[in-house]
Design a protein. Structure first.
Ligand SMILES: Cc1ncc(COP(=O)(O)O)c(C=O)c1O
Length: 474
């Protein structure tokens, strides 16, 4: 299988320079090592217990380069998390570091004011906007993925004069305000009610491995999309469609389990939105900026959305997010009616432009190729590792869904997954889970990961899963 892929030796050599070469290297007898342990304890003593990273994989990040991370005890890890799909161009890419050094000595804070880097980024976003949005968007900047989604929904409401926002079951759009209300996971919602009102969840996403209609694609004839149509257009569904401004959709569900829909699902959903007279907001916060092998994941599906939200890898090493809206939608918004003090920061905008250049300079193709390569290895791995129930993805946005039994698809439990994550860390590989049952390992390394590091991490993954499967299988 892997012989079908050829890798360019010069490119691999260049990529190798971006990461710590000795990863994975574990030098302490236990993990976290003594310095890391002390820091984790001090920090958890100071901070609220709500955080995910230090609880899911206790590890202190003291330095990072390319697709590798070091802790203060001298351990070095291969990073299959990309800082949760943020460091698509790699940690501390020399061109990004150069940009930050240069720009932060010129201008550090501009209160949402015009600055040359912001002007340039705006031009670049116009250029890369997908389909008919190219050259036809108005941009608003935010500070995080959730602020981008909040802004998009706020503008959609103002532009349409309608109050409701719709989303899918299994969606993740953020953990604050309206975005928490759009997110459906009870892990994030249960203790934080009341949630923001004026939200509808219109139906299940096209999660074919766990189809709620118990059907098979393509014989199902997209039953899930038909259900959404019924929800939106039937006067008996309880949805006041006349008062819905927009539907927010992930092009590939992220936190919900790295779920790529079949190719005709999103076009069908877009058509339903048009029929219902509501805007389609494409949430690219996790899947965008080259993660799937294309700048925008929606480009895989031939849909032109009305609005797009970007976050995470747009700024990459620095926080930055943006909303791209078709010009006519936002043309009539009131001047002086929206502000975020630190949005459109000069240095951050310069970094986002550097990120776009790096992605255009070969990383999109690399993401696609490495993704196909990794998927082929993982699919082969299913012969040896019975707890892998499904492997799916696009580019380097790949899900390895774990089950206790392939026939019943009973998901592994979180108590069974945590030891797997810790054991991967102990062998020098950082991975994060996702999914409705917390049973999906997501492979989302920086796109600059070398073939060698990818091979090594997949080898470790196979060993660890084989080691644990005896106690998990039923
Ligand atoms: C699709 C999607 N939208 C929005 C967000 C929220 O982004 P942030 O955590 O930067 O607020 C996330 C975060 O994972 C996401 O995956």
């Amino acid at each position: 299988m892997s012989n079908a892929f050829t890798f360019d030796a010069t490119e691999e050599k260049e990529m190798a320079k971006l990461s710590f070469r000795d990863a994975p290297k574990i030098v302490t007898s236990e993990l976290p090592g003594p310095l890391s342990k002390e820091m984790l304890e001090t920090e958890l003593g100071n901070e609220t217990p709500t955080r995910i990273m230090p609880n899911a994989i206790p590890c202190v990040w003291s330095a990072a380069k390319g697709a590798t991370v070091k802790d203060p005890d001298g351990n070095c890890f291969i990073d299959l998390t990309a800082g949760v799909a943020v460091n698509n161009v790699g940690h501390c890419h020399p061109k990004v570091v150069e940009t930050i050094k240069r720009e932060c000595s010129v201008l550090m804070h501009n209160p949402d004011a015009t600055n040359p880097n912001r002007v340039r980024l705006g031009q670049m976003l116009q250029e890369i906007a997908p389909g008919k949005l190219k050259g036809n968007v108005k941009i608003a900047y935010g500070l995080s993925g959730s602020s981008a989604v909040e802004i998009a929904c706020k503008f959609a409401r103002a532009a349409t004069g309608k109050s409701y926002i719709a989303a899918f079951q299994g969606a993740y759009h953020g953990a604050l305000g309206l975005t928490l209300s759009l997110t459906t996971s009870e892990t994030f919602r249960s203790k934080y009610r009341p949630l923001t009102p004026f939200v509808y969840h219109v139906g299940p996403y096209a999660y074919c491995y766990r189809c709620p209609f118990r059907m098979e694609y393509p014989e199902c004839d997209l039953e899930c999309a038909k259900y959404v149509e019924y929800q939106m257009l039937s006067p008996y569904s309880g949805i006041d469609i006349e008062n819905v401004a927009a539907l927010v959709v992930e092009p590939i569900q992220g936190e919900g389990g790295y779920v790529p829909p079949p190719e005709d699902f999103l076009p069908a959903i877009k058509a339903i939105c048009e029929k219902a007279g509501i805007l389609y907001i494409d949430d690219e916060v996790q899947a965008g900026m080259g993660r799937t092998g294309k700048m925008f994941a929606i480009e895989h599906f031939g849909v032109t959305p009305d609005m797009i939200t970007l976050g995470k890898a747009l700024g990459g090493n620095l926080p930055c997010s943006a909303v791209l809206s078709r010009k006519d939608i936002v043309a009539e918004l009131d001047p002086l009616s929206h502000v975020l003090t630190a949005a459109g920061n000069s240095t951050t905008c310069a970094v986002a432009s550097t990120n776009i250049e790096l992605l255009q300079d070969g990383l999109l193709e690399r993401s696609e190729k490495l993704g196909e390569y990794a998927m082929a290895i993982l699919k082969d791995m299913m012969d040896e590792v019975e707890i892998i129930g499904d492997v799916r993805g696009k580019g380097l946005m790949i899900a390895v869904e774990l089950v206790k039994n392939r026939t019943t698809k009973e998901p592994t439990r979180i108590e069974e997954l945590i030891p797997i994550l810790w054991s991967l860390r102990d062998r020098g590989v950082l991975m994060l889970p996702c999914g409705r049952h917390d049973n999906v390992l997501r492979l989302m390394p920086p796109l600059v990961i070398t073939k060698k590091h990818l091979d090594k991490s997949l080898e470790i993954l196979r060993d660890v899963l084989k080691q644990f499967q005896g106690n998990i299988l039923v």
